[in-house]
Design a protein around this ligand. Structure first.
Ligand SMILES: [Zn+2]
Length: 436
């Protein structure tokens, strides 16, 4: 059935399309020659949009502010009558421009699509977002919650980002004679780089395209493309690895290379993923040994690091890489708090990756409101149980099947482990919504 709106999903047939943020796993199918319909996004996303999609027809963008509630009139594919849909944007605190969408409408029910989000208890932004979300919700109950389940597993417990940022600063400060390379994606973790810059009074080297983005975001003066101005460089994840670090450190000892200003170098890997070493033995995943490759490994417990005052959360990978759980996604406790706050009737994960194959209802379904239709409160499953598919009878069969699609079988995961894990992008399941 033809839908009315789509979020982070770009198939033909919707009347309005919504983009949560500019990460590639949320834009698969979106391109510069887009012509399927109007695309809604936040002001910051709109600002960065032309640099991501150079030939995009910008007249198709519908830019909405965070906070106010907007109304759209759409055509019901069933009755062919107009129906009103309200939408409110909530700050997702994930990367610049990232938002959640709260939808409401008579036939539409109440739906919240979080996109990727971080819900830090200590963050002023999350507190503000919480107030705006509760104000926008009023007395309404969320019928369907589509949630970022990247780290929806009790294994994942991250300290607040400002705590980890300070640990990164301490590591850099304790290596005054070293160059430092920090692995980041093309968008995100700007706050970490800004904190480093301010605390150490140092510019950060970035590639020209990233400098352009930082200028658009108003941080241009802190970043540079001139390597001679700084010893700290932010590099793309794909150019970061143990071999690179080892080669730089070998070269730094050779007389011929001293003229090229190659110095001893450490690497910083700020990520919530469980980064481990991949060894020659197929089951050889260990931390801190001197192997040539790193990989994010599903189920690994490297970052099970509840914050202990005064302790550092870093894990050493090889001799030169410091891995720290600086995450732009919510960890398990934060997801739990979020669901306690919004108490949806139904819950659905939006992420499929090697690190996440757990139905969020397995751990968090018991926090949803009892199903008003069946009046069956959800039971908390014992953790030894295997994750289950589906979470609420409120999702009709069609939704249920869509839900199945975002999971990957345990067998397939184990097979992947045996074959050797590799770094891959996560896949995000978008959603199409109709008034059914
Ligand atoms: Zn993202």
């Amino acid at each position: 059935m033809e839908g009315m709106i789509s979020v982070d999903e770009w198939k033909e047939g919707s009347q309005l399309y919504f983009l949560t943020h500019l990460h590639s796993d949320h834009m698969k199918g979106l391109s510069s020659n887009w012509n399927k319909g109007p695309l809604v996004c936040s002001p910051i996303t709109a600002k960065l949009f032309p640099y991501k999609f150079t030939d995009f027809d910008l007249s198709l963008l519908r830019v909405l502010e965070i906070g106010p509630t907007y109304s759209f009139s759409l055509l019901s594919p069933f009755s062919q009558l107009e129906t009103e849909v309200q939408v409110t944007l909530i700050d997702a605190d994930h990367c610049p421009g990232s938002v959640m969408y709260l939808f409401r409408g008579d036939k539409f029910k109440c739906r919240l699509y979080t996109g990727d989000f971080r819900w830090e208890a200590t963050s002023e932004r999350a507190l503000l977002a919480k107030t705006k979300l509760l104000n926008a919700l009023g007395n309404d109950t969320i019928d369907y919650l589509y949630m970022d389940n990247t780290y929806c597993n009790p294994l994942y417990s991250f300290p607040p980002r400002e705590v980890i940022a300070q640990q990164v600063i301490d590591i850099i400060a304790s290596h005054p004679e070293h160059d430092v390379i920090i692995a980041v994606n093309t968008l995100g973790k700007e706050d970490l780089l800004l904190r480093i810059s301010r605390a150490l009074n140092i510019k950060i080297w970035v590639r020209p395209e990233r400098l352009q983005t930082m200028r658009l975001l108003g941080f241009g003066d802190i970043f540079t493309t001139n390597r001679s101005l700084t010893r700290v460089r932010a590099v793309p994840m794909y150019s970061f690895g143990i071999k690179t670090l080892e080669e730089l450190n070998v070269l730094s000892t050779l007389e011929d290379y001293k003229a090229l200003l190659i110095r001893p170098t450490i690497g910083i890997l700020p990520s919530g993923l469980p980064w481990l070493m991949r060894g020659s033995n197929e089951n050889d995943y260990s931390c801190g040994s001197d192997k040539s490759n790193i990989a994010a490994v599903p189920g690994a417990q490297v970052h099970k690091c509840k914050q202990v005052e005064g302790s550092s959360s870093f894990t050493k990978i090889g001799r030169y890489i410091y891995s720290l759980p600086y995450s732009d996604h919510s960890c398990f406790d934060e997801l739990q708090e979020f669901i306690k706050l919004v108490q949806p009737l139904s819950l659905k994960g939006i992420v499929l990756s090697e690190h996440c194959n757990v139905d969020p209802c397995h751990y968090l379904g018991h926090l949803c409101k009892p199903d008003q239709v069946t009046e069956q409160p959800r039971k908390k499953l014992p953790r030894k149980d295997k994750p289950v598919v589906g979470c609420s009878k409120s999702f009709k069969r069609k939704k249920y099947m869509k839900f199945c699609k975002v999971r990957r079988s345990r067998v397939s995961l184990l097979r992947r482990l045996r074959c050797g894990a590799k770094i891959t992008e996560s896949v995000t399941a978008g959603c199409s919504i109709s008034d059914s």
